[in-house]
Design a protein around this ligand. Structure first.
Ligand code: SF4
Length: 61
C-alpha cells in the first residue's frame, strides 16, 4: 500500500500524474491535482518520479 500526497502549493496542474495513474490522481476545478490515498497502484511511483515540480509524495505503508 502507498500513502499519496499532493502539495497544492507547488502543483502547477500539468496533468501528468492523472495521465500516468488515472485511478489515483485527478485534476480538480482549481487546476490542482488530488490523490486517493492509501492505494495499491504502483503507477503512483511513476507519477511521483515524473512530477515536474516534485509535488507528489509517496510513502510505502
Ligand atoms: S504531475 Fe505534479 S504538477 Fe503535474 S498535476 Fe500532478 S502533482 Fe501537479
Amino acid at each position: 500500500m502507498f500513502k499519496v500526497k499532493v502539495n497544492e502549493e507547488t502543483c502547477i496542474g500539468c496533468g501528468n500524474c492523472e495521465h500516468v495513474c488515472p485511478k489515483v490522481f485527478s485534476l480538480k476545478n482549481n487546476g490542482k491535482a488530488k490523490a486517493k490515498s492509501p492505494v495499491n497502484e504502483k503507477c503512483v511511483l511513476k507519477a511521483e518520479k515524473e512530477c515536474p515540480v516534485k509535488s507528489i509524495e509517496v510513502k510505502k505503508i
